[in-house]
Design a protein around this ligand. Structure first.
Ligand SMILES: NC(=O)C1=CN([C@@H]2O[C@H](COP(=O)(O)OP(=O)(O)OC[C@H]3O[C@@H](n4cnc5c(N)ncnc54)[C@H](O)[C@@H]3O)[C@@H](O)[C@H]2O)C=CC1
Ligand SMILES: O=C(O)/C=C/C=C(\O)C(=O)O
Length: 494
């Protein structure tokens, strides 16, 4: 069977500051593991408080230097070159991402790496074609004024990233930040430092000015994450990760009244009506539950099924779940490991809790039987439960694992109330062949993103983000510009 560790990724991962790879100035490092094999594959150099300060200063200098005086078209040219260089080096990015996450090569090859390039290319297009705002205003003296707005970069942006789609989620922030003329200091997850570090090579290869893109490695509290969010020369913070971490970052951002953009957790509902095409619903929802081993903020952990098709749906989800298993890494049905032993223990804690809360385990519920060193990592079984109450902990808290509870319903109003009864508001999916119902129920969902007869079908121009505990603000297309730029309105008396 395939082993993920390759000599190319058994190395030291360095910080990238002011265009140069650097060790941490305090000589500290931490191990990096392959989650599939559980083996150590490298050492990551931890940035000290001084290193983080250097990175922020480099980002500030770049704003005040060549980068800050470039025209939009000069910036767009560089950003487009970044996209092309990621594509040219896609094998390197793929190896790094798979080594860090253990995810199926097919998933990384079709989602993570192409999105890494697309996130630069799309925002280069958006900034090139963005119209300005202008009003002719009647004035009290019977004359007129012209009001128009200019967009300016916000400044130095701190980009704090999670481990589930490392390159995708980091570039989703870095792409628009650079397109708008900002500079960035990225703090990748301590679990997945490699693709952010590798992107430094790309920046140098295309001639990006030093200091525009910086990477500091480390943890959250008392480490690079906190050093970065506490740095008063950071103008704004964009973060994807857990809701409680968002709260802590927001407290830091309050000092100096700095802006935040947050994409946080979810406890997303899938709703299957009796008139759904069950083939589509089972295919879509099994991806929504099990893809990336359930480590997707958009993933579905609550499924509500109209009673006439409930038994059949549960039987078919069981079959679908059992089709996902550790196997060939190139197989899209390969169920990779969870990111870490700590996260596996958290997920298995919920598996035990489900049983304590009265669940019937339809399939899974534990760890798979795997032997051999290539499978010594953090695998769990894909799991489907029935019999859980809507109010149970397992149906209310984000698990971030390959699991879902299925609950029957009878009425449209009832299921809308159930789906909306959550502190989270990230996304939902509705499955019905009755399109007027599809539109009606989708509009009633208290979420940032709602799919009808699909899931994770993304158009990068659309607004993306969540409400309630799922986040603050929307990114995507022109919506990203609201966070990454400041507007100055200019009023000229004519
Ligand atoms: N996209 C999402 O919604 C994600 C949700 N999660 C959920 O969060 C749980 C915990 O996973 P973690 O990786 O620990 O998520 P986390 O939210 O703690 O970490 C995400 C990033 O924030 C940084 N960070 C943590 N504390 C910080 C602080 N006080 N100041 C500045 N930066 C800080 C981390 O170093 C990492 O780069 C998971 O079990 C999962 O349930 C995890 C990853 C992504
Ligand atoms: O498509 C995107 O931009 C984002 C996808 C996934 C997440 O945001 C996540 O899992 O955190």
């Amino acid at each position: 069977m395939t082993s993920y560790a390759s000599p190319a990724v058994t190395d030291t991962v360095l910080n990238f500051i002011d265009g140069t790879y650097r060790e941490g100035s305090e000589g500290k490092s931490f191990p990096n593991f392959n989650p599939a094999t559980g083996e150590q594959i490298g050492l990551v150099q931890e940035a000290s408080a001084d290193d983080v300060a250097d990175a922020v200063a480099a980002a500030r200098n770049a704003l005040n230097g060549r980068w800050g005086s470039m025209t939009t078209s000069e910036r767009v040219k560089l950003i487009t070159a970044v996209a092309a260089e990621i594509e040219r080096r896609s094998d390197d990015f793929l190896a790094a991402e798979v080594a860090d996450t253990g995810k199926p090569r097919a998933v990384a090859a079709h989602i993570d790496i192409p999105r890494g390039a697309a996130n630069f290319r799309m925002f280069a297009d958006v900034i090139s074609t963005m119209p300005g705002e202008s009003f002719i205003t009647d004035t009290p003296d019977g004359g007129q004024a012209n009001n128009y707005t200019v967009r300016k970069p916000k400044g130095v942006i701190a980009v704090i990233c999670p481990w589930n789609f490392p390159l995708l989620l980091m570039t989703w922030k870095v792409g628009p930040a650079l397109a708008c003329g900002n500079t960035v200091v990225v703090k990748p997850s301590e679990e997945t430092p490699r693709t952010a570090a590798l992107l430094g090579e790309v920046m140098n290869a295309v001639g990006m000015p030093d200091g525009v893109y910086n990477v500091v490695h480390g943890f959250g509290p008392g480490s690079a994450g906190e050093f970065l969010t506490s740095n008063s020369d950071v103008d704004a913070i964009t973060f994807t990760g857990e809701t409680r971490t968002g709260e802590k970052i927001m407290q830091k951002a309050a000092v100096g009244v700095r802006d935040v953009s947050f994409e946080l957790g979810g406890k997303n509902a899938g709703i299957v009506f009796a008139d759904a095409d069950l083939n589509k619903a089972v295919e879509g929802l099994s991806r929504a539950v099990f893809m990336n081993t359930g480590q997707v903020c958009l993933g579905t952990e609550r499924v509500y099924v109209e009673r006439p098709v409930y038994e059949e749906f549960v039987a078919r989800m069981k079959e679908a779940a059992e089709g996902f298993k550790p196997g060939a890494i190139d197989d899209p049905a390969y169920l990779g490991p969870l990111i870490s032993a700590e996260h596996r223990d958290k997920v298995l804690g919920y598996y035990r809790r489900a049983v304590e809360e009265g669940a019937t385990v339809v399939t899974g519920g534990g760890t798979p039987e795997l032997s051999g060193p290539e499978w010594a990592g953090f695998f769990v079984q894909p799991t489907v439960w029935t019999g859980l109450s809507h109010d149970s902990t397992v149906m209310r808290e984000e698990i971030f694992g390959p699991c879902c509870g299925v609950i029957p319903f009878d009425e449209e109003d009832e299921v809308i109330a159930l789906a909306n009864d959550s502190p989270y508001g990230l996304c939902a999916s509705i499955w019905s062949e009755n399109m007027s119902r599809g539109h009606r129920v989708a509009a009633a969902m208290d979420v940032g993103v709602c799919w009808v007869n699909s899931w994770f079908l993304r158009d990068l121009r659309t607004a993306f983000g969540g409400s309630g505990h799922s986040g603050i603000g929307r990114e995507g297309g022109v919506h990203s510009l609201e966070f990454y730029t400041e507007l100055t309105n200019i009023c000229v008396k004519l």
